[in-house]
Ligand binder design. Structure first.
Ligand code: 2M8
Length: 421
């Protein structure tokens, strides 16, 4: 098939998932607006219609809470194909939403969008209108999720990490009680159960959702009593990178906001604290369960986000480069989301092994900037092969290359347009 045919398919996918200003990740399985999906998808829209691309982020900001949080899901309209929906979350202000966030990459995507924008007046007016809200969003992360100024924000739910059933959360999640009420999952109507999380995990995901509601979404109560609190290396690194990118945009477009100095200080705090998440034993960066104060010693691709963020020192980047090489060569396609030598590696099960192309892209950027082009190239080549062999799936089996999860997936289409094709 010709390159232009793939590009047209990617553009068509964005159009069929367009619900009028926001894009669903894929129809049926995920019928609402997801935070980091939308940020990536906006970048894809730049190759179709720039005005529509900025609209995607406007719709995300439309769901912003007064405290600055941009929710993980905005329930713009009803749907009975997904669970848990707005009734279970019982949250939201101007719009129904969830009460947690997701990896804060929107500022980084806006910087990428600014770099390729051809309509400069549109770019300038949109950034001037939207950047203050994004600054508020970052301030929310640092204020509500790091009240003790450790430099390392906490996540309160595996769904907040975006890497839902990653082995990194196994122990932290096992300590969360399970709901006892009956419920009906809808994801299994769309996807094989061996590609999705287990019931034991859903029982706990739902307990946390209930806990937030019973705590009236009060940040202090949640900070003190949440049975799941993790300093997620992925979120911390992506937040750091996005804060740098946000400050760059604010400077470039002369945005004034009284919180900008605060953001610069937060960057320094994270730089000073990041090595607390390095393990000498595994020679890798990990998340930390702040309830037990233990590192989550599983090796997942989230650890490489420190390279993407420019947070790892040259020495550690060298160690991570060697690690990435072995890791990439241990499955048929790279980069598996869990190290294939782990006994927890499952090449088809969601965030426990499969390949996610947006993650490949971010990790590749990190290694490219560190002059480790061979890894960046391998990730890009494998992404291209997966796309050509299997199509625009949500994620891919790391050994067989089979497309897994939902088909016609928005972030896969967006990353294809921006990086792969
Ligand atoms: C997946 O997560 C949702 C919950 O947020 C789910 O499984 O129901 C994750 O892959 C997440 O990272 C992603 O944003 C979302 C929509 O694509 O699906």
């Amino acid at each position: 098939m010709k390159l232009s045919t793939y590009q047209n398919t990617a553009k068509e996918i964005l159009k069929i998932n367009d619900f009028g200003g926001y894009t669903v990740p894929t129809k049926g399985l995920y019928p609402f607006q997801w935070n980091w999906d939308s940020a990536i998808t906006a970048l894809g829209w730049m190759y179709v219609d720039e005005k529509r691309a900025w609209k995607e982020i406007e719709m995300l900001i439309a769901g912003q809470w007064q405290n600055g949080m941009l929710p993980h899901i905005i329930f713009h309209q009803e749907s009975d194909t997904y669970f848990p929906g707005p009734d279970v979350w019982g949250a939201g202000e101007k719009l129904h939403s969830t009460s947690i966030s997701q990896p804060p990459i929107v500022a980084s995507m806006m910087l990428e969008m600014a770099a390729i924008a051809t309509d400069k007046p549109l770019l300038e007016s949109k950034l001037k209108a939207m950047l203050p809200a994004i600054v508020d969003y970052h301030l929310w992360w640092y204020r509500d999720r790091d009240p003790q100024n450790t430099g390392l924000v906490s996540s309160y739910h595996p769904w907040e990490s975006g890497m839902d059933n990653s082995p990194a959360w196994d122990d932290a999640l096992a300590a969360v009680p399970q709901v006892e009420w009956e419920y009906q999952r809808r994801d299994l109507n769309h996807v094989d159960s061996d590609q999705r999380p287990h019931k034991a995990q859903y029982d706990r995901y739902l307990y946390l959702v209930d806990f937030f509601k019973k705590s009236n979404f009060d940040p202090q109560i949640i900070y003190q009593n949440c049975p799941y609190k993790v300093q997620d290396i992925g979120i911390i690194a992506m937040l750091y990178k996005a804060t740098l990118d946000l400050l760059t945009l604010c400077q470039q477009f002369k945005i004034e906001h009284q919180g900008l100095d605060q953001l610069s200080k937060e960057l320094e705090l994270t730089e000073q604290a990041i090595d607390q998440l390095w393990s000498d034993e595994t020679q890798f960066y990990h998340s930390r369960n702040t309830i037990t104060n233990e590192l989550c010693l599983d090796q997942t691709s989230a650890g490489f986000m420190t390279v993407y963020a420019g947070l790892s020192s040259p020495e550690k980047t060298q160690i991570l480069t060697e690690c990435a090489q072995t890791w990439a060569n241990s499955s048929q396609y790279s980069l598996a989301s869990t190290i294939p030598s782990s006994e927890k590696y499952e090449p088809q099960r969601y965030w426990r092994g499969p390949i996610w192309l947006h993650i490949n892209w971010m990790i590749a950027q990190g290694f490219e900037k560190s002059n480790q082009n061979f890894i960046a190239e391998k990730l890009q080549q494998d992404a291209k092969a997966l796309l050509k062999e299997s199509g625009f799936f949500e994620y891919f089996h790391a050994d067989s290359g089979q497309g897994c999860g939902g088909d016609n997936f928005s972030w896969t289409a967006a990353i294809a347009l921006h990086w792969i094709l």
